[in-house]
Design a protein around this ligand. Structure first.
Ligand code: PMP
Length: 400
């Protein structure tokens, strides 16, 4: 019976935090999971979140079940945040929005929709991508293959490789794109490159599938970070967009996000929504209310909304400042001609250091710097005070 089961391997990202907790070294750094920390390296609950929770208490809100599709005020707010309140797709009611269990759960709903209604269709994912994407599609029974994205020579985007792989895929494939702040590389296409990506996807009759886990966190502006998605929506294309509020509102454990399906008409959107509900019902019945109310309260109050933007700009700003400090420190210490400017060019929470597996392991075993073995570090877990130490660790490991 159960004794037939073998031990599962630790999760490559969340397993790093477990190892970190067991380490007692004073300089230890957890740069594995993408979770924002203050300069004191403590978790941060946004003031607007506390205010939104107070509002909930004052109003004496209940804990009744939500409908399968989630909280109506949340679904409206989340779609408006993504597409813009004045967008044509929302005015024409062409978007099916269903609250999901954060980004992961929303991606999973979409994956099941693909498996069920587009049998055999492939999802193209970037090489590399966030580790959980492959798990999600594997478990949902959706075939996937990779398109070239990262160029190790330049530590930049392999744009030609990306375009030719998207072109070479069977027509009608789904193309998974990171809306902003690509995880793990921190490398995003330029606005001009996004246009070309959209051209190719349209030519091939592919369906774009955006994963938006960092809206507002990349540039500090919610609108700017949604510009890739809006460019595709403005072209009248059908598309999927999964959203997460883990990072931008710091609601990691509340599991709040959404799946949005942009359809060709409001009538199609209603049918798609009905099918998404049918997928959700036997999986978890209906979603949790707490995070949904927080988002709805923050977005629904002009004061809280403005305060949120300010807090997000502070978070994004702190990450940018340690990025710069790390770069300065490395270039000051490292006397070879290696070009480290990729650190400054990368966007969002992460930096892809270019360190290989053995070098990444040296970071942990010798320097107590916990990170994923693909060379990714989360700058959101770095303080200004530890930039110098991290620079030493990276240089040492680079020459390892
Ligand atoms: N997509 C990407 C690219 C991510 O980086 C993350 C968070 N690490 C997610 C989705 C989903 O996270 P969550 O389920 O916490 O919203």
């Amino acid at each position: 019976k159960f004794n037939e089961l073998t031990m599962a391997p630790p999760d490559p990202i969340l397993g790093v935090s477990e190892a970190f907790r067991a380490d007692t070294h004073e300089m230890k750094l957890n740069l594995g999971v993408g979770a924002y920390r203050t300069e004191d390296l403590q978790p941060y609950v946004l003031d607007v979140v506390k205010k939104a929770e107070n509002l909930m208490l004052e109003r004496g809100e209940n804990k009744e079940y939500l409908p399968i599709e989630g909280l109506a005020a949340f679904n409206k707010a989340t779609a408006e945040l993504l597409f813009g309140a004045e967008s044509v797709v929302l005015q024409q009611q062409r978007v099916a929005t269903v609250q999901g269990l954060s980004g992961t759960g929303s991606l999973r709903l979409a994956a099941v929709l693909i498996e069920r209604y587009f049998p055999g269709a492939k999802v193209l994912i970037s090489a590399p991508t966030w580790g959980n994407h492959k798990n999600i599609f594997n478990d949902a029974g959706v075939p996937w293959s990779e398109y070239r994205y990262y160029d190790p020579k330049t530590v930049g985007l392999d744009f030609d490789g990306m375009i030719s792989d998207i072109k070479a895929a069977p027509a009608g494939s789904f193309v998974l794109l990171h809306g902003c702040a690509h995880n793990p590389t921190g490398i995003d296409p330029t606005p001009e490159q996004w246009e070309v990506i959209a051209d190719v996807i349209q030519e091939k009759n592919h369906i774009p599938f955006f994963d938006v886990a960092y809206q507002g966190f990349a540039s500090g502006s919610l609108d700017e970070d949604a510009s890739s998605v809006r460019l595709f929506a403005d072209r009248g294309m059908e598309l999927l967009v999964a959203q997460s509020y883990s990072k931008n509102l710091g609601l990691y454990s509340e599991r709040i996000g959404a799946i949005n399906v942009v359809c060709s008409s409001s009538e199609v959107a209603q049918r798609v929504k009905s099918q998404l509900k049918r997928i959700a019902r036997p999986m978890y019945s209906n979603p949790p209310i707490h995070g949904a109310r927080i988002v709805a309260n923050v977005v629904g109050s002009p004061d809280l909304f403005n305060e949120w933007k300010e807090e997000m700009a502070v978070m994004a700003g702190r990450i940018k400042s340690v990025r710069k400090k790390l770069y300065d420190s490395i270039t000051e210490k490292e006397k070879t001609s290696k070009d480290w400017s990729f650190i400054l060019k990368q966007i969002g929470m992460f930096s892809f250091t270019g360190l290989n597996k053995a070098q990444s392991e040296n970071m942990t075993s010798k320097w107590h710097v916990y990170m994923t073995k693909d060379g990714r570090i989360s700058l959101a877990g770095l303080s200004a005070a530890k930039c110098d130490y991290l620079a030493d660790a990276i240089i040492d490991s680079y020459h390892y």
